[in-house]
Design a protein around this ligand. Sequence first.
Ligand code: ADP
Length: 207
Amino acid sequence: MGDVDRGGGLRLVLLGPPNSGKGTQAQRIAAAMDVPAVSTGDMLRRAVAEGSALGRRVKETLDAGELVDDATMAELVRDRLSRPDTAGGYVLDGYPRTLAQAETLAAILDEGGESLDAAVLMDVDEDELVARALARGRTDDREEVLRERFRVYRERTEPLIGYYERLDLLHEVDGVGSIGEVTRRIFAALGVEGGVAAGADGKDSRP
Ligand code: ADP
């Protein structure tokens, strides 16, 4: 597909398996494009750390590597995307994770007269990701949770690749490489000028 139109801000979804570096790349892309990175994983972990009603409700689910239910996520994301800082766009990290969530996001965008600019799939195979996790010295039970998260990813989230492909929004990027390399590949895939430099050196190169 063609280059991404930045005219109305950038609304981007990052897709990829657990531990593929989505969070890191979301932060870098968001900073370079001057939009917020919206990480549902961070939001949920914060809720757990704060011991809020939501946090208490989702803690077990997070600990088990399962998905929080779509209705809870819809409420969380709808609320987050209604805040003024997202008016000019955002990078979504960790949402959508199911087809139902993708449809919720489409509805939220539609209500605001907006549309998604692109979905970027960070391609990293599972062996590489397990190797990364082991290199970080994860304990056995965490490895089990990691495997469960992969299983959930394949079953629930992978169908989104076809979903965004059919909408002609999917950009696939090789997610193996240095952080800077992967950022450059994402900007190159999006055809975003200037973002290449911004992503590469962390500076804002826009006029
Ligand atoms: P990752 O390490 O893959 O980047 P995240 O930080 O995105 O993981 O998410 C951590 C956990 O938060 C998930 O395993 C899941 O339990 C929950 N979670 C995050 N986003 C969603 C979502 N969109 N739908 C359901 N559960 C979610």
